[in-house]
Design a protein around this ligand. Structure first.
Ligand SMILES: NC(=O)C1=CN([C@@H]2O[C@H](COP(=O)(O)OP(=O)(O)OC[C@H]3O[C@@H](n4cnc5c(N)ncnc54)[C@H](OP(=O)(O)O)[C@@H]3O)[C@@H](O)[C@H]2O)C=CC1
Ligand SMILES: Nc1nc(=O)c2c([nH]1)NC[C@@H]1CN(c3ccc(C(=O)N[C@@H](CCC(=O)O)C(=O)O)cc3)C=[N+]21
Length: 298
């Protein structure tokens, strides 16, 4: 049996289309475009690529994009002062500070300085708490994008066994919270998990967010399971100066032999992250301007 490939790139493109339609009607109702501010500190090339694609997608959806590029040696106080300015700027509905930050800056101090109601990344502890207790709030983009793909693939998730591998605050933990909310039976695995392959073998849904190239093997997967690969791992370049191949946390070829459906890397979860960022920004704009929106289309 060969699994089907979940086309995150196409799903994300369709979502961005629906977002663009609602951006236009928001603009008409509110007299301004939704605005997203993205802050990049330093010149990490991978971060620069992500920030550029976020900017392009923001503008293509008809939203305002406010980019702030700070040098790698900016002080924490200067960065916090910029966040205060963005918090107070009425044109801005969403604020994203690209991670990772340089070592001399405390990420916790930065994410907690963002107004929780502009925190479209969903990284602020207030939003993590809202998600954990079932209140309305911003959900981190990557796990929400994964959930959209899962529901599109499987419909109702109630009663399914789900394993999330990785317990970071930005992917694994919120993913487990979302699946719990969908009434899955959730196992949250991590580096101390014993006999990970047997844990994975029980699961109808596997979400891999580890950051280790092709660690999850095909023969760990339960036949017919749905596999969501969040990992983005760049292999060493074959020739100096060129880019290495991008691979996920799942052995894709092996999983394709056993699973029911698998997300590819690239073209799976990555494009969803950016589309959901636009979605969260659009929702923020509607809430801040008190303009109703079509939740079902998002
Ligand atoms: N597609 C996208 O849009 C995005 C992709 N990513 C990618 O997803 C991956 C994970 O990112 P992130 O959550 O930030 O990563 P972190 O490094 O913050 O967390 C990794 C998690 O994996 C666990 N882990 C490490 N080694 C093992 C192991 N051998 N067995 C089981 N679990 C293990 C760690 O366990 P422990 O807690 O015990 O240390 C930890 O919980 C990365 O490849 C990243 O690039 C991230 C964000 C967005
Ligand atoms: N504050 C903050 N918010 C984030 O959401 C955030 C962050 N910091 N830091 C880095 C991670 C990573 N991340 C990705 C976004 C898009 C792709 C993506 O579009 N990937 C393409 C491939 C891109 C390529 O070729 O490199 C794909 O998978 O098809 C991947 C990863 C967001 N992150």
């Amino acid at each position: 049996m060969t699994a089907s490939i979940i086309d995150g790139k196409a799903f994300a493109a369709a979502l961005r289309e629906r977002i663009a339609t609602q951006v236009a009607s928001f603009h008409e109702a509110a007299g301004r475009a939704p605005g997203l501010a993205v802050v990049l500190v330093g010149e990490d090339p991978a971060s620069a690529v992500y920030v550029r694609s976020k900017h392009k997608a923001t503008v293509a959806a008809g939203m305002g994009s406010f980019e702030h590029k700070l040098s790698a040696d900016v002080s924490q106080d200067e960065l916090l002062a910029l966040i205060d300015t963005l918090n107070a700027d009425d044109r801005i509905d969403g604020i994203l500070v690209q991670l990772p930050l340089p070592d001399h800056i405390d990420e916790r101090a930065v994410t907690t300085r963002i107004d929780p109601d502009k925190d479209v990344d969903g990284f602020h502890p207030v939003n993590a708490g809202r998600l954990a207790t079932g209140l309305y709030g911003f959900v981190p983009c990557t796990p929400l994008g994964c959930l959209m793909l899962l529901k599109d693939q499987l419909g109702d998730l109630a009663g399914l066994d789900a394993v999330v591998i990785g317990r970071s605050n930005i992917v694994g933990k919120p993913m487990a919270a979302l699946l719990t909310k969908e009434s899955c039976t959730v196992t949250l695995a991590h580096s101390k998990t014993k006999d990970l392959s047997s844990v994975v073998r029980r699961a109808d849904i596997v979400v891999a967010a580890v950051g280790r190239a092709e660690m999850i093997k095909g023969d760990w997967i339960k036949p017919g399971a749905t596999v969501i690969d969040v990992g983005i791992n760049r292999e060493a370049a074959p020739v100096e100066g060129s880019n290495g191949r991008l691979v996920g946390d799942v052995d894709f070829a092996g999983a394709m032999q056993v699973a029911g459906a698998v997300t590819p890397v690239p073209g799976g979860v990555g494009p969803m992250t950016i589309a959901v960022l636009l979605r969260n920004t659009l929702v923020s704009a509607h809430r801040r301007a008190r303009v109703p929106y079509d939740k079902d289309a998002l």
